[in-house]
Design a protein around this ligand. Structure first.
Ligand code: KG4
Ligand code: ZN
Length: 375
């Protein structure tokens, strides 16, 4: 693995050096390998990220327009040892200094999950350290408690308290959840077909913008007219909190079939802006209904949270911030680098579960599917 492929995010600076000298702080090594990032982090129970290494495989998948599971698994095997070792080195720690090992045990591409999980199991068994099997979605769901940022993504060292209303939007999932506590998730709504991230990726592919689509669509949309194309808003105005994005994707294909390539920059910008506006409207419409759901009214969450890779989207963050003000709750989101897949969220979810005694007591088989409601 070449050095430049490793994105170093030394987050020790976030909280200064306050982790030094704390005797009761628990140190967790978290490992993530469920999709196209091989990542590890050391996080302590005082919410400090001591080190964080993310090896992104994106360049390896780009030429295929999406993640190729076999290639991903192979790349994880090649990277995992190095990523873990560098994470320990960057924190100036040895494996003996770590209190808990945590790794993603699903859901995700099973070849990749297996590699991270086996690495974690091996470390735990050879050192006798406790091991936590982390649900990848719970990593996304709990990371705002490690660190929450302002709507514009700028840093903020706040944490989110339970209960909260969560918009979880990633490449594979799109759900509204009532988060009552660690391991306590109530499904308020979910997608009936594609996830929001998939819609971004597919529309970007149609426009020839490459993979992953979300970041580039977000950027192009900022320069376009959101009213240029009239995309549908599936399920909006209907009761309930479920999503459907396949209609938006089909509309994109139909629009594009009528236009000659190559598309002009102005066309692409307008197209991205109009598509993104439809996705934002759907998310806001569904969240508005979520605030009317009896379970949500009874729980009275004080915070509206967005998490998952799509939480990086500037328009979604801004619209959710506005909705939160209207609903008289606080808006929170992870900082940008903790939205997409990363080891710190797994380490944090590992710590939160460890504190509740949820450690592995017998062999665990990684799961390609593992809903948050089955923890
Ligand atoms: O959470 P994540 O890293 O992986 C999964 O667990 O699926 O999310 C990746 C997804 C991709 O679909 C990517 O296009 C999307 O997050 N994404 C964005 C943005 N940045 C990443 N979507 C919209 N706007 C963005 N700025
Ligand atoms: Zn993810």
């Amino acid at each position: 693995m070449s050095e430049e492929k490793i994105i170093r995010m030394d987050m020790g600076t976030l909280h200064g050096d306050e982790h030094h000298g704390k005797e009761h702080s628990i140190l967790c090594l978290g490992i993530e390998s469920s999709c196209d990032e091989t990542s590890a982090a050391i996080v302590d129970s005082d919410r400090n990220i001591l080190s964080h290494i993310i090896y992104s495989q994106i360049p390896e998948h780009q030429k295929y327009g999406g993640v190729v599971p076999e290639l991903a698994a192979r790349a994880h095997i090649l990277a995992i040892d190095d990523v873990i070792r560098k994470t320990l080195d960057a924190a100036g720690k040895k494996i003996e200094d770590i209190d808990v090992i945590a790794a993603t045990a699903g859901p995700g591409l099973i070849g990749g999950v297996l590699i991270g999980w086996m690495a974690a199991t091996g470390i735990a068994q050879s050192t006798g350290k406790p091991l936590v099997a982390v649900n990848h979605l719970e990593g996304h769901a709990l990371v705002p408690r490690l660190h929450a940022a302002a709507a514009n993504g700028s840093d903020g060292a706040t944490s989110v308290e339970f209960p909260y209303l969560l918009m979880l939007a990633s490449g594979g999932h799109c759900q509204i959840l009532l988060v009552r506590g660690v391991g306590q998730y109530e499904m308020i709504g979910q997608t009936l077909d594609d996830s929001a991230g998939e819609a971004f990726d597919k529309v970007a592919k149609m426009l020839g913008l490459g993979y992953p689509g979300g970041p580039v669509v977000d950027k192009r949309a900022a320069q376009g007219n959101p009213k240029a194309f009239n995309f549908p808003r599936p399920l909006c105005d209907k009761p309930g909190c479920d999503f459907s994005f396949s209609g938006i994707k089909t509309a994109a294909r139909t629009f594009l079939s009528r236009v000659e390539e190559p598309y002009s920059d102005e066309f692409i910008n307008d197209f991205c802006a109009s598509f993104q506006a439809a996705v934002v409207d759907c998310i806001i419409d569904r969240l508005q209904n979520a605030f009317k759901d009896e379970r949500v009214i009874d729980a009275a969450p004080k915070t509206l949270v967005v998490a998952g890779g799509v939480a990086k989207n500037s328009a979604i963050r801004a619209a959710m911030d506005k909705l939160a003000t209207k609903q008289d709750v606080v808006f929170a989101a992870p900082p940008m680098n903790l939205c997409t897949d990363n080891g710190a969220m797994i380490a944090w979810a590992g710590l939160e579960n460890y504190r509740l005694g949820k450690v592995v007591k017998e062999p665990v088989a990684p799961r390609p599917r593992w809903p948050l409601t089955e923890l």
